[in-house]
Design a binder for this molecule. Structure first.
Ligand SMILES: Nc1ncnc2c1ncn2[C@@H]1O[C@H](COP(=O)(O)OP(=O)(O)OP(=O)(O)O)[C@@H](O)[C@H]1O
Ligand code: SF4
Ligand SMILES: [Mg+2]
Length: 342
């Protein structure tokens, strides 16, 4: 069945003085209207780079991009990777929109928030400045900013971090996009505000039936909001499945390590979180073998030095559950103790 966004074999590389940085390496994922896909991984794993490619935000002259990303629009599908830049520019902000980690750098300090939202609206709508400000007020109201009619004239610095992120969401959604890519939208915020913002995105998603990609380094935040998860490591997807499968029956040692680093309410105070020791791999001239091998505690359970000589393929380990590891399902579940009835 076709989904609204279908990314296939997407690779993004940057030629640099030190060599070719393979930031995103043959990644495939999809997300449908009304659904949320979480993309999880450590810093530098290629989460943003893949999604910036979908938004057409890389410099095509200096970036090597291959693969495809189809937006299955009612009229006809468009591959945003091969489409002319002008076509992608027209889709951006209208059909697909992105919100970023740091709203302060995305908002202009010298214009009122209303002005900036109205400006984004006027790119795709006919109407006066007044209509634009009216729409901006509606949007601020929608994202839960109290006294929206008064605050529409305020400047970004007059808002708290959480409120600024709400303004960014209002701006991203002003033209009713079908796909929203939220790139670490809550990282800079405290825990309570984080969960409010995620709830807000979820509510708006339901109301407008949007496809949402939520990028985060924190597997803990996705449990309540995502339908499916892709775990990225060293520019590649190492595991992908429905949310419960990942949480209860993870099939990759990196994911299980991430899961063990999530604070658990029932272990509060007595449980030391396990950090994943070692460094992420260099993305220039990847070594032979599995990229996770230098940090993996289960290398010795795979026979014949395979982990250090052969790169595992992403294989279907259970229905719609793919992982990139030589361990069998039985092995990984007995080693990690993860085969819990959901
Ligand atoms: N323009 C560029 N030129 C060279 N290397 C780049 C460029 N943009 C990104 N990279 C590299 O690509 C890799 C992946 O970057 P990306 O921003 O996708 O990581 P990320 O998973 O989003 O990490 P974070 O959680 O820190 O945002 C990083 O090693 C980064 O340094
Ligand atoms: S293939 Fe080997 S090194 Fe890679 S995750 Fe599996 S057990 Fe660990
Ligand atoms: Mg990023």
């Amino acid at each position: 069945m076709t989904k609204f966004l279908e990314v296939k074999n997407l690779s993004v590389s940057f030629p640099t003085e030190d060599g070719l940085v393979k930031a995103s390496n043959d990644v495939s994922y999809s997300v449908d209207l009304g659904k949320t896909l979480a993309i999880v991984g450590e810093s530098g794993s290629g989460k943003s780079v893949s999604n910036l490619a979908i938004m057409g935000l890389h410099n095509r002259a200096t970036t090597q991009i291959s693969g495809s990303a189809f937006l299955n629009l009612d009229e006809s599908p468009i591959d945003v990777i091969s489409a002319p830049e002008e076509t992608v520019r027209r889709l951006r902000g209208k059909v697909m929109s992105m919100i970023f980690q740091d709203p302060m750098s995305a908002l202009h300090p010298y214009f009122s928030v209303g002005n900036q939202i109205a400006e984004a609206w006027s790119l795709y709508n006919e109407g006066s400045k007044r209509d634009g400000m009216k729409r901006a007020t509606e949007m601020l109201d929608l994202v839960g900013i109290p006294s929206a009619a008064d605050r529409v004239k305020d400047f970004p610095h007059q808002f708290s971090g959480g409120m600024r992120q709400r303004v960014m969401i209002a701006m991203a959604l002003v033209n009713n996009p079908k796909l929203l890519i939220a790139d670490e939208p809550t990282t800079a915020l405290d825990v309570t505000v984080q969960s409010q913002i995620l709830k807000l995105i979820q509510e708006i998603q339901k109301e407008f039936n949007m496809a949402v990609i939520l990028i985060t380094h924190d597997l803990g935040v996705v449990a309540e909001v995502a339908d499916n998860v892709c775990v990225m490591y060293g520019g590649k997807i190492v595991e992908t499945s429905a949310i419960d499968e990942i949480f209860y029956r993870s099939q990759h040692p990196y994911t299980t390590a991430l899961l063990e680093s999530i604070p658990r309410v029932d272990q509060f105070g007595s449980h030391r979180l396990k950090a994943i020791s070692g460094q992420p791999p260099s993305l220039i001239g990847l070594p032979k073998g599995c990229s996770f091998a230098p940090r993996c505690q289960f290398v010795s359970h795979v026979s014949g030095n395979r982990c250090t000589t052969e790169d595992p393929e992403l294989t279907e380990k259970a229905k719609d559950h793919f992982a990139r590891c030589f361990l069998s399902t039985e092995q990984i579940h007995s080693l990690t103790g993860r085969n819990v009835k959901a």
